[in-house]
Write a protein that binds this ligand. Structure first.
Ligand code: FES
Length: 59
């Protein structure tokens, strides 16, 4: 996965940001919604980012 890839345009969050949050203890998607606000604005990305998060957490 390309760590520079932006997964949420509203917040400019990248795959690398999600990986960093997981390394810092994020366990469920709601954790990153709370910390870096990904997927909390227009919400168009939410399903997709939730999917990506699930894949990353399994790595
Ligand atoms: S693109 Fe992610 S909340 Fe709008």
């Amino acid at each position: 996965m390309d760590k520079e890839q932006v997964v949420c345009r509203c917040t400019n969050v990248t795959i690398g940001d999600l990986v960093r949050e997981i390394e810092n203890g994020a366990k469920v998607f709601e954790d990153v919604q709370n910390t870096i606000k990904v997927g909390t604005r227009c919400k168009r990305c939410t399903m997709n980012v939730r999917d990506i998060f699930s894949k990353l957490i399994e790595l």
